[in-house]
Design a protein around this ligand. Structure first.
Ligand SMILES: O=P(O)(O)O[C@H]1O[C@H](CO)[C@@H](O)[C@H]1O
Ligand SMILES: O=c1cc[nH]c(=O)[nH]1
Length: 242
């Protein structure tokens, strides 16, 4: 049944959904990697598509920017459309000395300055962690393609433009592998509503070194990440049926 934010019909989404922040990245993934693809969401131009990848039904849909936005879409996909697996395919900033633009990172956990998980978790600190098997499938899929992917803690920021000059250095000291804006919220939604979630990101900029990719590159050049996420769905299927 349609929601205020998704006008798809029941059954329009596959059980596994890749979710970039950018709906145009969703369109690129659908048009480049899926067969028999059709658009299943149009509301607010938050494009959603369903097709097949190597014969398996997969959906891809944008989730917008920030935890409030991803929380709406993830919740509705899980509770109204029966989605069981959500893989965020994002961009992120790097802070570590040993990282650079285009590195791949997988978010085993996600720290945050957002209060949403305390709100949902009775005022206590919720450890926002990805689904282990799905995370392992992402790591295995990257390795199978010969790609190096760093697995670790993300930082999901409420503010893209953080006014605190000390934040990036603090995150560097704690070994944060990527600064983005949604994973901690996505993991909280998945825990609340009983689904499985994971995150893979491509480094789009280095916050301390000052390197940065342009918007076109962020929309349509993260193919290693996209293929890794799609292959991870297939690998995860094998784990679930074992
Ligand atoms: O490129 P996406 O997936 O949107 O991810 C990152 O980019 C946006 C900020 O530019 C935020 O959504 C952040 O999480
Ligand atoms: O949220 C984001 C995404 C990319 N780079 C950042 O610094 N933050």
């Amino acid at each position: 049944m349609a929601t205020p934010h998704i006008d798809a019909a029941p059954g329009d989404f596959a059980d596994s959904v890749l979710m970039p922040g950018d709906p145009l990245r969703a369109r690129y993934i659908a048009e480049t990697y899926l067969e028999d693809v059709r658009q299943v969401n149009t509301v607010r131009n938050m494009a959603g598509y369903t097709g097949t990848y190597r014969g398996r039904a997969v959906s891809v849909m944008g989730h917008g920017m920030g935890i409030p936005s991803v929380s709406i879409y993830a919740k509705e996909l899980i509770t109204e459309y029966g989605v069981r697996r959500l893989i965020r395919v994002g961009s992120c900033g790097a802070v570590r000395d040993d990282m650079q633009v285009r590195d791949l990172v997988i978010g085993l956990g996600a720290c945050t300055d957002s209060g949403v998980n305390r709100t949902r978790f009775g005022g206590m600190d919720f450890a926002a962690t990805a689904d282990f098997a799905l995370t392992r499938a992402l790591a295995d899929a990257a390795e199978a393609q010969g790609l190096a992917a760093r697995v670790g803690n993300l930082f999901s920021a409420d503010l893209f433009y953080d006014p605190r000059p000390e934040t990036a250095e603090l995150l560097r000291r704690y070994g944060i592998v990527g600064v983005e804006m949604e994973a901690a919220g996505l993991y909280g939604v998945a825990a609340e509503f009983g689904a499985r979630a994971a995150t893979i990101c491509t480094v789009s900029d280095h916050i301390l070194k000052g390197d940065s990719l342009d918007s076109t590159a962020r929309e349509r050049s993260f193919d290693d990440m996209m293929r890794t996420a799609l292959d991870a769905v297939l690998l995860d299927d094998r784990g679930e049926s074992a």
